[in-house]
Write a protein that binds this ligand. Structure first.
Ligand code: NI
Length: 400
C-alpha cells in the first residue's frame, strides 16, 4: 500500500468531501461529471462520454492485453442530510446517503495511481463513472447499451458498507445481492355510499385482502430453502369516511437470487391478483417490472482477486458475508463479462458511522477510502500486469 502516499490520501478525502457537498440525483449528475472531467483533463487521461452524465476513462498500456473494467457509481439520493459534519450536503433534499461519493473518490484515486504506472499495463484499464445506480431503468443498463463495456474481459466494483467494520472486506462467490423487481396492482371495482355497500364493488376491501393473499406466495409456492422477499410498500384508496372507493392501488417489490423463483413469484402475483379480484366482482390490472438481476460474483475471478483483498487488510479481515436482499445494478455487468463486486467496511460506531444506507445520518469512516483504493489497485495488478493473467478465467459469466 506504500504507493498510496499522504498526498493521495489527502486528495481522496478532499474529492470525497467536495462531492459530498454537492450531491445530484440519478441522470442529473452534471456538476459531478464536470468535477470528474476536470480531474481527468488535469491528468491528460482520455475519456468518452457515452451518456449525458458520467464518463468512461481509458488507461491504455503500450502492450496488448485484456480490457479490465473498474466501475464506480456517482449519484446521490433525494434525502435531507441530518449529519452535522463540516462537509454536509449544501443542497436541500439531496444527499450522498449511500457512499457513492466515496466510490467516485476511490475511482479517481485509482486513475491518479495508474497514470504513473502505465508502463505496467497490458491492454486497457477502463474506469466507468456510472450515473444513476439508484433508479430503474438504471445507468448500468444504459451504459452497456452504448457499447461502453465492449471487449470487457473482467469487471470489478466495490461498495462501502456502514454495517461492516472499517478494516474488513467481504468477498464471496456466487449470488451476493438479490434481484430487485417492482410491481403495481390496480383494482377496479365500483364505488358508492358507505351506507349501501351491497350496491358497490368495494375495491378497498378487495385490495386489502389481496395484500394478505400475496404474502402467502412465498410460504406456499416457494421452497423454504430458496430466499425470497415480497413487500408491499404503498396502498392508496379512498377519499372520505363515508364513500366506498371504486378503485385501489398498491405497489411492492420482489427480491430473490434465483431466476426460476423470480418468474414463479411474478406469475403468482399476476394469477392471484386477477382471480382474487374477479372472485369479488372486480378487475385487477397488474404491472410487473423486471429491475436489476441478482449480483453474481464469478467464482474463478473471486479466487484470482481474493489475494488482492488479503494484501490490503490481511487474510483474517477478508470475510465471506451472507448474501444481502438489497439490489445493485452492478448485476448487469455480470451478464456481459466475469465480474466481482466487493463490500468494503466503513462502519465505526465511535464516530457515528453506523447508520443504515439511505438514512439521513448515514456516514462512513473515511479510512475505507484507502482500503477501497488499495483493493482496486491490487485487483488491477492481478488482472493487467501480465498479458495473460485472465487466461484461466472462463469467459462466460455463470447464469444468474
Ligand atoms: Ni449504493
Amino acid at each position: 500500500m506504500s504507493v498510496i502516499d499522504d498526498r493521495l490520501l489527502e486528495n481522496l478525502r478532499r474529492w470525497r468531501r467536495d462531492l459530498h457537498r454537492r450531491p445530484e440525483l440519478s441522470f442529473e449528475e452534471h456538476e459531478t461529471t464536470a468535477y470528474i472531467r476536470r480531474q481527468l483533463d488535469e491528468w491528460d487521461v482520455p475519456y468518452s462520454r457515452p451518456l449525458p452524465t458520467g464518463a468512461v476513462a481509458h488507461l491504455r498500456g503500450r502492450r496488448p492485453g485484456p480490457v479490465v473494467v473498474v466501475r464506480c457509481d456517482i449519484d446521490g439520493l433525494p434525502i435531507q442530510e441530518e449529519t452535522k459534519c463540516e462537509f454536509a450536503s449544501m443542497v436541500p433534499d439531496r444527499m450522498h446517503a449511500c457512499g457513492h461519493d466515496a466510490h467516485t473518490a476511490v475511482a479517481l484515486g485509482l486513475i491518479a495511481l495508474l497514470t504513473g504506472l502505465r508502463d505496467q499495463i497490458y491492454g486497457e484499464v477502463r474506469v466507468l463513472f456510472q450515473p444513476a445506480e439508484e433508479t430503474l431503468p438504471s445507468g448500468a443498463e444504459a451504459l452497456i447499451k452504448t457499447g461502453a463495456l465492449d471487449g470487457a474481459r473482467a469487471v470489478v466494483g466495490l461498495h462501502v458498507l456502514s454495517d461492516l467494520d472499517v478494516g474488513a472486506i467481504s468477498l464471496r462467490d456466487g449470488p451476493i445481492m438479490a434481484s430487485d423487481d417492482r410491481f403495481t396492482v390496480h383494482v377496479q371495482g365500483a364505488g358508492g355510499h358507505g351506507a349501501h355497500p351491497h350496491q358497490t364493488v368495494d375495491a378497498l376491501l378487495i385490495a386489502s385482502t389481496l395484500v394478505g393473499e400475496l404474502h402467502t406466495l412465498l410460504g406456499r409456492r416457494i421452497s423454504a430453502l430458496q430466499p425470497a422477499v415480497l413487500s408491499i410498500g404503498t396502498f392508496h384508496a379512498g377519499t372520505a369516511y363515508n364513500i366506498i372507493p371504486g378503485s385501489a392501488d398498491l405497489s411492492g417489490t420482489v427480491r430473490t437470487f434465483d431466476e426460476d423463483v423470480r418468474v414463479r413469484i411474478r406469475d403468482g402475483i399476476l394469477a392471484l391478483s386477477t382471480h382474487h379480484a374477479r372472485a369479488h366482482g372486480a378487475e385487477a390490472k397488474v404491472e410487473y417490472v423486471y429491475g436489476t438481476p441478482p449480483v453474481v460474483n464469478h467464482p474463478p475471478l473471486v479466487e484470482l482477486l481474493r489475494p488482492a483483498a488479503e494484501a490490503v487488510v490481511g487474510p483474517a479481515h477478508v470475510l465471506r458475508r451472507p448474501p444481502r436482499m438489497g439490489g445493485e445494478d452492478f448485476a448487469f455487468y455480470g451478464r456481459v463479462a466475469p465480474s466481482v463486486f466487493a463490500h468494503v467496511g466503513a462502519r465505526n460506531p465511535a464516530i457515528g458511522a453506523d447508520f443504515p444506507h439511505h438514512h439521513p445520518r448515514f456516514s462512513i469512516d473515511e479510512r475505507c477510502l484507502e482500503i477501497g483504493l488499495g483493493f482496486l489497485l491490487e485487483a488491477v495488478r492481478r488482472c493487467s500486469w501480465t498479458p495473460d493473467a485472465l487466461a484461466s478465467i472462463p469467459r462466460a459469466a455463470p447464469p444468474a
